[in-house]
Write a protein that binds this ligand. Structure first.
Ligand SMILES: Cc1cc2nc3c(=O)[nH]c(=O)nc-3n(C[C@H](O)[C@H](O)[C@H](O)COP(=O)(O)OP(=O)(O)OC[C@H]3O[C@@H](n4cnc5c(N)ncnc54)[C@H](O)[C@@H]3O)c2cc1C
Length: 437
């Protein structure tokens, strides 16, 4: 049975995670003044706010929607320090020393996250389960193996899994083996976010929700922010709006390419049956350009399945239909599974495929997670705070400015064209027994 129209009627068109979300609801009186105002209440903003407030700074987090409205409560909850740019490519661009610094800072962001969760006793189902990169084509397996050799030299633990042993990792026959990365894991994104909100509240952070910042201007040595609920002044400002950066922050918006990603959750299924599909409960990504990413829910009762199923905005009903077909291609045994939740969110890409942090006109920012932001953007929020507090240590990601291209205003009109090209390339490389992407 394929996804059927009856399912659409009962489909919840918001993240499966949201039942555990802390939406906030606090408010602040207009005309207040703070040491620091943070724009955006995702992992970046909250980590910056937490570290600043912990050091005695007065902080207001201003959020356009409910708390965590953006990517931070919509994501797949996969924790890794993997970048879109490989170490050899980093080395070609930046030289060995800088490449090493960028690479290891990304890897270590996982350790930062683990330590943060432990320090604040955040109950978010975190498990260092590892990640499995599933090879879509035999040539992709060879590329994963070559990269494993490079990673080994850098001291990163990986393990190749040939196709004939793949069922120990994945109950699917469409892939050609894969590679395990051990420094990776999974968490419940909204529970991690709610834990951060709670830690921020304990540290004295103020929140303003449903309060879009409409304009940001310099005033003397500080800033004035015009918000939907009135003016607020700050000595310093952090922009933590990532893929949700709007025209009111145009300099930043011109440097981020927002791309929609779609996810579904199945109904509750027999955990034993699901354990046969992902025995090690690892996080799974495949190696297609338009990749699928999937995992079990933290309670082991649902399949959570995501992908860039369309490069034009489509409804949650349509994305559910498409993702059900994709999920069934990977796991034919799930063809009868009904979907209960379907949602979407924006991922922030950049013109050099690297995340960045820095400052513009004195305003600090961290933007462009390129789809890997649970650990990295958390770490970046903390980096910004430490920089503001005068720690003296600078992130390797802060050493060159975030690029844009002439004529780009923040509307990524070219994405459907690039996306279709990638889809075509995936189709060309499709293995004999595998479906088209
Ligand atoms: C569908 C999806 C799946 C993903 N899966 C993974 C994954 O498995 N693993 C991983 O590592 N990463 C994943 N990511 C990426 C990850 O979610 C992000 O990198 C991370 O959440 C970014 O956090 P952030 O705080 O920078 O931004 P966000 O969490 O997006 O927060 C930005 C906030 O700014 C607010 N905002 C914008 N403009 C204004 C304004 N003018 N005034 C006030 N507020 C404003 C927005 O409302 C939003 O809440 C995924 C992302 C998506 C969308």
């Amino acid at each position: 049975m394929r996804y059927c129209p009856d399912d659409a009627a009962s489909l919840v068109r918001e993240p499966y995670w949201w039942s555990a979300r802390d939406r906030g609801g606090d408010d602040f009186p207009p005309a207040q003044s703070f040491d620091v105002v943070v724009v955006g209440s995702g992992y970046t903003g909250l980590n910056a706010a937490l570290a600043l407030a912990g050091a005695g700074t007065s902080v207001l987090v201003v959020e356009a929607g409910d708390l965590g409205e953006g990517g931070s409560t919509r994501n797949g909850g996969m924790v890794s320090g993997t970048l879109k740019v490989s170490h050899p490519d980093l080395e070609k661009t930046f030289g060995k020393e800088r490449a090493d610094a960028i690479f290891f800072e990304a890897q270590n962001s996982v350790l930062f996250l683990e330590e943060l969760i432990a320090r604040h006793a955040i109950d978010c189902d975190y498990q260092r389960s590892g990640m499995y990169f599933a090879a879509y084509a035999p040539s992709h397996y060879d590329a994963l193996a070559r990269e494993a050799g490079q990673l080994d030299k850098l001291g990163v633990e990986t393990r190749m899994v040939p196709k004939h042993r793949q069922h120990m990792e994945l109950g699917s026959d469409i892939y050609h083996g894969g590679r395990i990365t051990t420094l990776a894991g999974g968490l419940h994104p909204a529970r991690y976010h709610a834990g951060l909100v709670a830690a921020c509240r304990r540290a004295g952070v103020c929140f303003a929700t449903r309060c879009r910042v409409q304009a940001l201007e310099r005033q003397g040595s500080g800033y004035v922010l015009k918000t939907e609920k009135g003016l607020v002044t700050a000595e310093r400002v952090i922009v933590a709006t990532n893929a949700y950066t709007g025209a009111e922050l145009q300099w930043f918006r011109r440097r981020v390419i927002p791309i929609g990603s779609y996810i579904v959750a199945t109904e509750e299924l027999d955990p034993g049956f699901l354990a046969d599909l992902i025995p090690g409960r690892r996080m799974i990504q495949d190696t297609k350009r338009n990749l699928y990413y999937y995992r079990l829910s933290p309670d082991g009762k649902r399949m959570i399945f995501g992908g860039r199923t369309s490069f034009r905005r489509i409804s949650e009903t349509e994305s559910a239909r498409r993702l059900h077909a994709s999920m069934t291609d990977v796991f034919p045994a799930l063809s009868e599974a009904r979907l209960t939740h379907s949602w979407t969110g924006n991922v922030a890409f950049t013109f050099d495929s690297l995340p960045h942090l820095g400052s513009h006109d004195g305003v600090h920012y961290a933007l462009g997670c390129c789809g890997q932001g649970v650990a990295l953007m958390s770490h970046f929020g903390n980096c910004i705070a430490r920089d503001m507090l005068g720690s003296g240590d600078r992130s390797a990601f802060a050493l060159n400015p975030i690029p844009t291209v002439p004529g780009y205003s923040g509307n990524p009109w070219f994405i459907p064209v690039v996306g279709e090209y990638y889809r075509f390339r995936d189709w060309l490389e499709r293995p004999a027994r595998s479906p088209a992407a």
